[in-house]
Write a protein that binds this ligand. Structure first.
Ligand SMILES: [Cu+2]
Length: 151
């Protein structure tokens, strides 16, 4: 019986201690506002336009035969009949030229400059033949005009 009394007292003491502890314990309600994480920002609405054509909204590319864009003549081979002309349009924001021949073997048939975006130049071809040309500023830009006989 003695042992059970001690146990009971012990339990009572523990209960009292527990009651005291909970009584003195301060319940603090924290109202810290957690900012929304950055990951909730909707990144799908961000549109990156990589279309190089968008940089030239005003130039009418359809009026030209050959477009000079991204350091390339397009198409690289253009065929006309003798007496017709070829029109180039510059879709880049830098100067290009349309210079006859090749950098290694320049010709003197034509040499026109396309200053800045939207500029055009035309060359008429009277004699049938194959006319290589390049850009005098960027010699890796090369293309050809094929002039067919009218007969
Ligand atoms: Cu060029």
């Amino acid at each position: 019986m003695k042992r059970s009394i001690i146990l009971t007292i012990g339990l009572l003491l523990m209960l009292v201690l527990a009651a005291c502890r909970s009584g003195t314990a301060q319940v603090t309600t924290t109202s810290t506002t957690i900012p929304a994480p950055a990951s909730t920002v909707d990144s799908t609405t961000t549109t990156i336009d990589v279309d190089p054509g968008a940089s030239v909204p005003s130039a009418d590319m359809s009026s030209a035969d050959v477009t000079v864009r991204m350091f390339q003549f397009t198409p690289t081979e253009f065929t006309i009949k003798a007496g017709e002309s070829v029109t180039w349009i510059n879709a880049d924001r830098i100067d290009h030229t349309v210079t006859s021949g090749t950098p290694e073997n320049p010709a003197s048939d034509f040499d026109v400059t396309l200053p800045d975006v939207g500029s055009t130049a035309s060359v008429s071809f009277e004699e049938p033949g194959m006319y290589d040309y390049f850009c005098g500023i960027h010699p890796h830009m090369r293309a050809t005009v094929l002039v067919e006989s009218t007969s």
